[in-house]
Design a protein around this ligand. Structure first.
Ligand code: URA
Ligand code: SF4
Length: 191
């Protein structure tokens, strides 16, 4: 499927109940040539309003984190597990996550990221089973992939957590510093 069609399908999607209260679906943003994908949980109020991912307070911090390691938002890809805002920012329900999952799968197949960075435990839980974010944040993991058998993942705290817990902000900046090294290692290891 081409990118334009995929975006159109997401914007018009009615596959789960989250379509009822959304203002805008949020397909994701950035470069489809990126080696790295950042995957959050779901849009908040500001994202719903603008139709773009991570444009509220947590998004500001994510932008700073990305820039702190010499990348810019335009050159990476930022997406969410669910594309429409859960009312009152509640956690997405399992049936909403399942209904939306094929869109993220399709994005991963198009982008073919070398590294998937999960933001928060809900996003991590979709890709890596039975891990505790407090124990594994900042450690790269290899697990089943969607476009390749062995996929590298880096589970990180969600930037929203750092907004009310400043110690997590420091941890996030430290964990982000590992991204370039992990990408280098992946390239050295690949045939
Ligand atoms: N939190 C998320 O998980 N995703 C967004 O797009 C914004 C905030
Ligand atoms: Fe469709 Fe996903 Fe939005 Fe549900 S959350 S309506 S599956 S785009």
């Amino acid at each position: 499927m081409n990118v334009e069609k995929l975006i159109r399908n997401i914007k018009n999607c009615t596959k789960c109940g989250l379509c009822k209260e959304r203002k805008n679906a949020v397909p994701g943003d950035g470069s489809y040539d990126s080696e790295i994908m950042f995957i959050g949980e779901g849009p908040g109020a500001m994202e719903d309003l603008k139709g773009k991912p991570f444009v509220g307070a947590a998004g500001k911090l994510l932008t700073q984190l990305i820039e702190s390691i010499g990348f810019c938002r335009e050159n990476v890809f930022i997406a969410n597990v669910v594309k429409c805002r859960p009312p009152d920012n509640r956690d997405p329900l399992p049936e909403e996550i399942s209904a939306c999952w094929p869109y993220l799968e399709e994005q991963i197949k198009i982008i073919k990221p070398k590294l998937i960075v999960t933001l928060g435990r809900h996003s991590m839980g979709r890709f890596l089973r039975d891990l505790k974010i407090s124990e594994v944040h900042g450690q790269s993991k290899i697990a089943n992939g969607i476009w390749q058998k062995k996929q590298f993942y880096l589970p990180l705290y969600h930037p929203a957590v750092a907004l009310y817990d400043p110690s997590k902000k420091e941890v996030l900046f430290e964990d982000f510093k590992k991204i370039s090294l992990i990408l280098k290692q992946i390239k050295n290891d690949s045939p």
